[in-house]
Each structure stands twice: as C-alpha cells, then as structure tokens.
Design a protein around this ligand. Sequence first.
Ligand SMILES: Cc1ncc(COP(=O)(O)O)c(C=O)c1O
Length: 317
Amino acid sequence: MYNRFEEIERSFAIGNTPLDQLAAPGSGNQLFVKLEYANHTGSHYDRVYLHLLRQLEEGGKIIPGVTTLVETTSGNAGASCAFMARQLGYDCLIFVPENLPERRKDLIRRYGAKLRETAGEQYIQGSAAAMRQFLKDTSGEKVDGVRKYYSPNHSQVEASCEAMTALASEALSQAEGAFDCFIGAAGNGTTLKGIGRVLKSANQALHVIAFDPAESPVAYCLKYGQEVAEPFHQHGMYGAGAWGVTFPHLEEAVSQLVEEVRLVEDVQWQKAQQELLLLGYAVGPTSAASYFLACQYCETRSDKRVFIVFYDQSDRY
Ligand SMILES: Cc1ncc(COP(=O)(O)O)c(C=O)c1O
C-alpha cells in the first residue's frame, strides 16, 4: 500500500533520473551529468515539491481542498508546484514577473495554476514582494484554524535542500564513487547546498564551482564581497542570477561549500548549448553553462571526476 505521495512518485516517475557520461577534454577526466529534466514536469523541482508538500500536509499546515498554495518563481518551481498541487487536490496561485517567456507562463497555466503577473523591471524581487503583501492581506482567512493561502516558500526552507539528498545519493551510486568537482548554477542555493553537502561528505576534497550569468553576479558578489558598479541587468539564464532577494541557502553554500564563483557570458552558454544539441541534449541555459564550465575545468586537469546537472530542457525558453 502506497500513500498519495508515494503513488505520485511511482506513477509519474519522480526521481531516479539517469546519469550519463559525456566526453571530457584533458586526460582521463570523466564528466557525469544527472538528467533532471527527465522528471515529470521537466526539472529537479518535482523532487522538491513532492517532499515539501508531504511535510506540510503531514504537519497539518495545508489541507487538500481547503488550502491554496502560493509561490513566487521564474518558471521551473512554478510548473512543479502547479502540477503537484493539481495531483494532490490544492488550488495554486503563482506570482511571476510579466516578462517571463510566454512558454514558461503557459507551462504553469497548463498544470492548472493561476498566474499573478508583476512588473517586469523588478523581476523576481517584485514578484516576491507582491506575494508577501498578498499573504499579509489574507492572513486572517482561515478554515479550521488553517490558513487558506499558504506559501511553501521553496527558496527559503530547509526541506528543499533535503529533497536534493536523494539526487546526490543516486548520482554517487550510479557513478560508483565520489566526485572531485561539482559545478552548479547559483539559483536560490537549493541545489548547490543540497547536492554539494552530500557530495562533500563522500569526498572532503570536493571542489565546488558556482556560476552566475555575467549580467547578474549575485553569488560572485556574495563570494568576493565586490560592489557592482552598475545595477544588475536582465538576462536569459533563467533559474540563476536572481537579484534583490535574500537566499539563505545560497549564502550558506557560498560561504561554506563553494570554492570559486565564475561568470558565464551568453555567447559562452549559447555555444555550449549548440554543441550539446549535436550530442542529443536539448538543454536550457544553466545546463549548457554547467557543461561549458565543466569542459573548461577539465582542459587543464587530468583524472578528475566532474559532476553537473542538466536542470531542464530548451523547449521552455
Ligand atoms: C533552469 C534552472 N537551472 C538551475 C536552477 C538552480 O536551482 P536552485 O535554485 O534550486 O538551486 C534553477 C532553479 O530554479 C532553474 O530553474
């Protein structure tokens, strides 16, 4: 007998994603890539929401048929939240910047969530502020003592990082051993921290490299304490470089796990994206940037085992 969450995990094949090995430059290097786009809605966020909603429901914070789940996202988290909400019997309301690509908005809508669009120039910061205000305005609306509108707040809670433990453990066992280097996108820090700490416990000498889009050096500024002369700019590397929001997991990852932060230019990830397409991987910008940096890392090294994630596919941009 499986519970509702285990049923979803089994019937929609959440987790247990493939680990592929790609050719790497240098001598004797091995490049491993976890295909997280193979999750049902197409990203690692299916793992996160399954785990988060299970915890919240078991803790009595949300009730199917009563609670409306509320979130802020630039895409992938929204699709997973909307899908899981629909499967589990919750309404779902997602705050997004109005200038998010239409395909990303459509994906969230198709899974049955309502969208609330906020001013484009404020990007995620504006959506987060609007969501906070909405939650404040509706704080008095309760059913049986439970809030009608509840935010899982995926970017701020420890449970999101916990959901990454399985991803990293699967990778260690699929690769039959530890990695020397992990290269990951600096989003809200869920993957960097959640995956990084598991891989580090398998190899204390693990070298962790985080990256930002060059136009929005969020992790770079955290790491090197540098002031940016210009305000942050809009960029096409969705899922990374979200300025103006405090991300505790990213701060922790950068101070405790990440050795270096690299900046990736559009032309660099776009070239890598094209190369990957010819290898049969139609991946999104953060995945392509990971591959670009992994190849660069390997060029000057030998006998390293490098781990990256393909977070999503290019069809949603
Ligand atoms: C495409 C993409 N890549 C990378 C990330 C980084 O993941 P996280 O912020 O969960 O660490 C995200 C997060 O939304 C994403 O959407």
